[in-house]
Design a protein around this ligand. Structure first.
Ligand code: DX5
Ligand code: ZN
Length: 220
């Protein structure tokens, strides 16, 4: 399983979105956070910005929906051109139906879990997803500290994926930086979302390379 680096643009300079996106052109996905002030206590991004990200990004866009009613909205983000769409287990009504709908549109389907949501109830439907997103902070804001308490869930998910023989990616999101990425990679994550670590650094492009090297040397 290869390392995937997905910088989150939540804390980028939106006055220069195209320039900010070009700094991460050699990452794998541009991670875009959509928040509705109901599922999470913050309001951020939406269709026009995601449409601009799809138009200006040189790499595929990975949408993370932190919203109510993902059953209704996820297909809209797929239609806009997002290559991957994550919807939350706590908000979705029919995860299997929604994943199949996304697949029918040629979009990767990813199931996201808040820190207190276990993976176990979803193991029987693992084959429906391309990715499990394990939140390593409470969703809603960038710049929070990585929750080490999520490492066992990452490891249990990796074990289940291995046992299943499926090619399901494990993405983590929240507090990922040069000081936390190694233990997350060791636990079994392969797709790393990093917001402030990349966009608040001196050199966003060099930070992407460093994160990739650190993850690669700790994955097994
Ligand atoms: C938080 C978002 C993240 C956020 C991560 O709820 O889902 O994608 O941008 O930011 P950092 O990397 O700063 O924790
Ligand atoms: Zn996110």
């Amino acid at each position: 399983m290869s390392v995937v680096i997905s910088p989150s643009i939540l804390n980028c300079d939106f006055g220069h979105l195209a320039d900010e996106l070009s700094k991460i052109a050699h990452a794998d996905y541009a991670h875009v956070d959509i928040m509705d002030n109901h599922f999470v206590p913050n309001l951020a991004l939406g269709l026009p910005i995601v449409e601009a990200a799809v138009a200006y990004s040189q790499i595929p866009v990975d949408a993370h929906l932190m919203i109510e009613e993902p059953d209704r909205w996820a297909p809209v983000y797929a239609e806009l051109g997002c290559a991957s769409v994550s919807f939350h287990a706590e908000a979705v009504q029919a995860p299997v139906r929604l994943a199949r709908e996304l697949h029918a549109m040629g979009t990767r389907a990813s199931l996201a879990l808040r820190p207190a949501t276990p993976i176990e109830p979803y193991l029987d439907i693992l084959a429906e997803f391309d990715q499990i997103l394990i939140m390593t902070v409470e969703p809603g804001f960038g710049g929070q500290s990585f929750l080490d308490s999520m490492l066992p869930k990452i490891a249990r998910t990796r074990d289940a994926v291995r046992r299943s023989g499926l090619d399901v990616w494990i993405q983590i999101d929240g507090g990922v930086s040069r000081s936390t990425i190694e233990r997350a990679a060791e636990a079994g994550a392969n797709n790393f979302v990093a917001g402030s670590a990349v966009f608040k650094s001196e050199d966003a492009s060099a930070e992407v390379d460093l994160l990739r090297r650190l993850a690669e040397s700790h994955m097994h």
